[in-house]
Design a protein around this ligand. Sequence first.
Ligand SMILES: Cc1ncc(COP(=O)(O)O)c(C=O)c1O
Length: 511
Amino acid sequence: MDITKLTEGALGRIDPRLATGAYSVLKRLPFVRRLVEREFDSMLGDIGDSVRPYSGKTETYRRLPVEGRSREELLDLMGELQAQEADRWRDGYVSGAVYHGDARHIEFLNRVYAINSQANPLHADLWPSTLKYEAEVISMTAQMLGAGEAVNDDGAPAEVCGSVSSGGTESILLAMKAYRDRARAQRRVRHPEMVAPVTAHAAFDKAAEYFNIKMVKVPIGASYKADVAEARKAINRNTVVVVGSAPCFPHGIIDPIADLSELARARGVGFHTDACLGGFVLPWAERLGYPVPWFDFRLPGVTSISADTHKYGYAAKGTSVVLYRDPALRRFQYYTTTDWPGGLYFSPTFAGSRPGALSAACWAALVSIGEAGYLDATHKILETAASIKQGLREIPEIEILGEPLWVIAFASEEVDIYRVMDHMTERGWSLNGLHKPSCVHLCVTLRHTQAGVAERFVSDLKEAVAHVKSQPKAEGGMAPVYGLAAQIPVRTVVGELLERYIDLMYEIDPE
Ligand SMILES: Cc1ncc(COP(=O)(O)O)c(C=O)c1O
C-alpha cells in the first residue's frame, strides 16, 4: 500500500477535515495500522543511515561501561567527531545554524563556559554573578530594542524588563503563556486565541498546542507580509495576543509591525514581535541606513519581544531573551508554589535548574563584541546578502520571494526547486527547504562573509539550476519527500511520519 493512495484516494476526495476524521477512525483498524506502519518503515528505510553516520564506526554504549573510559580517550573521540562535522559550517556551506563561528570567538566563549560551568541561577545565593550577567543581558538587549525611548499611553516611560531563556522557542512559549494567564486573570478569557501570520515561527503553534490557545492564522499578501486587514478581522473578544515577525523565518520578511501592533493596542490586547532572527541585526541595520521599519518598543503597541542571543547575538547555543513592556506582564510568566514540602519554590522560566555558564557566555559575547562589533558584523552580513541577491537576480529561472534583507528565499517556476536544493546538497551545501509555496532559503551569517563564499554559492546555484533543467527527472534526495508531503491531503499522516522520524533519531544500533 502507498500512503498517498490511501489518503489521496477515497479520503482525498472528501473535505480535508472529514478525511482527517475518517483517517483517525480507519487507523484504529489493526490491518490499516499495520499497512500504515509498513509504509512508514519503507519511506524512512534509507534515512536511518544519514541520521546515524557513526553507526558501526564508533563504539556504541547501550548501557554504562563497567569501568569508566579514560578522559583522554573520550576527548580524542569527541574531538574527532566534532572536527568531521565542523568543515561544513566553518567554510560557510550552511544556512543559519552557526552565526559567528570564528575560532577565537569560540575559544573565548569556551573559556567563559569553563570558568562558570557549575553555576545555576536557581541557587541565586550561590551564584549571584549569574544574576548580574542575566540582568545585564536583559538590560543591554532592551536598550538595543528601543526601551530607552519607550513611552506608555499615560506618557510615563515604559519599564521594559525580561528574562533569559534557553532559546527562541522558549522565549515565545513564555510570552504566550504570560498573555494567556493575564487575559484569564484580568479579562476572564476562558477560550484564549492568538492571531499570528501563517509565516510566524512554528513555536507559536507549539505554544498554542501546549497552552490550549486557539491559533487564528492570518494570510500573507503579495509582498509576503502579514495581511493587516485580515488580522483586523481575526481579532475578537478572546484574542489574548497578536503576533508579527521581524523578520519571519521562512522568507526573511518583516511584517507590518507598526500597523499590527496598533490594531492590537486599539483592541486592548498584547502584541508580540518575534525578533528571534532580527533582534540583533535590525537595530544595527537601521543605524547603517538600511530601510528598517520600526518593530520594537518605540512602537507603543509592542508589549513583548523575543530576541535570540544565540543567533546574531553570537552567544553560545542555548540562550535567548524575552522582553516585556512592563513588569506586571512578566509576572504572568513566572512560576511560584508555596505549599510544596521541598520548600518555597519559584522559577522565572520553564526549566528549574539552568546552565548559568550559558548566561555568563552570553554576557561575555555581548560585552566583548559591543556596538562597534555588532555594527561591523551586520554591515558585512548585509553587504554579502546584497551580492548574493544580485547573483540570484542574474539567474533567469530563479525568483527571490519578496524583498528580504539577509534571509533570502527563492523559488522557480521552471525547475523543481527541491531538486535544485538536492543538487546543492551534493555540492556540500545545507540549505533550508520550505513549502507553501515551494522554495528554499539561505540565511546569511558571518560564515558567508568569508572571501569567495557568496560567489561560490551563486555559481553552484547556477550550475544546479542548469543541471536540473537538463535532467528534469531524477531519483532520491529530498525532492520526493517534499513532493510526497505536499501531495498527502491528510496532514495527520505527514505528522505521524515526522514522529517516526524523531523515533529514528533516538535509535542506536541493535546488539
Ligand atoms: C523568527 C524565528 N522565531 C523563532 C525561532 C525559534 O528559535 P529556536 O530555534 O532558538 O528555538 C526561530 C528559529 O530559527 C526563528 O527564525
